[in-house]
Design a protein. Structure first.
Length: 255
């Protein structure tokens, strides 16, 4: 069993050795590798041979019924469907998020859940996990992109590039996916991206460590201008409000 393979996947020597091991395993041997990002170990030939089982994020996401059963089994916590739906909506079925939510429920009760989901604090388990386990290996360039892009609910590569003034956004987004930065790609006529909501909220919490208040306001105003030009007025209004420019938001509403 190899855990946290994302920490060594960029080492050619290690990945070559592991690929050799996988290709030459005896029939009675099973090998497990876990990683928060793509390992790059599985070849097209191996995928076609079906000798390797690839368990993705979608396979691991819990349904509302599974969340309910988990809370009862581990903490004996029986709750209503409305709270289950809130947990599902905010964790998006992410098992670690559900487990940490369950700990909050068992210690503090349902009254604390809204506060944890709305604005994770430094003492919260969710905040600590994301900052200490997920973001600790992120370089400064990628970190800057993450905290800038967190102002956007969802975005295309072109939108992020124009609003945030960032070059090579597609390459950066590919890097985010490879490093397991809790970003979801939504395939449609135009490919859009969005962060896991809990991950995004933590990014917004630490945003001021990387950007000044004036810079944050400027990005919101740039987003508002972009969405006005694109005639997506509801998003423009939201960014005017986030920038503190309520009169501009009111003016847009009353047009």
């Amino acid at each position: 069993m190899l855990d946290d393979f994302q920490l060594v996947k960029d080492s050619t020597e290690i990945t070559s050795s592991i690929q050799y091991l996988i290709n030459n395993l005896p029939d009675n041997c099973t090998f497990f590798i876990s990683s928060r990002s793509e390992t790059g170990l599985i070849t097209a030939k191996q995928a076609l041979e079906k000798n390797i089982l690839n368990i993705s994020r979608d396979h691991l996401c819990f349904s509302e019924e599974e969340i309910k059963k988990l809370l009862i089994k581990i903490w004996g916590y029986k709750t209503n469907q409305k709270l289950i739906q809130k947990i599902k909506q905010n964790t998006e079925g992410w098992v670690a998020g559900i487990m940490m939510t369950g700990q909050v429920l068992s210690k503090c009760g349902a009254q604390e859940i809204d506060a944890v989901f709305e604005k994770p604090g430094e003492k919260d388990l969710l905040y600590q996990y994301i900052t200490l386990e997920v973001l600790k290996t992120v370089d400064h360039r990628l970190m800057l992109f993450l905290v800038k892009a967190a102002i956007l609910d969802e975005f295309t590569a072109a939108e992020a590039g124009k609003i945030l003034g960032v070059k090579n956004v597609s390459q950066i987004l590919f890097q985010c996916e490879k490093q397991g930065m809790f970003i979801q790609r939504i395939i449609g006529e135009v490919t859009t991206y969005r962060f896991h909501e809990l991950f995004r909220k933590v990014l917004l919490q630490i945003q001021s460590e990387y950007l000044s208040k004036a810079e944050i306001e400027s990005y919101h105003l740039q987003a508002a201008a972009y969405y006005i030009e694109s005639k997506i007025f509801n998003r423009a209004i939201k960014h005017f409000i986030a920038s503190g420019n309520i009169p501009l938001a009111v003016e847009l509403v009353t047009r």
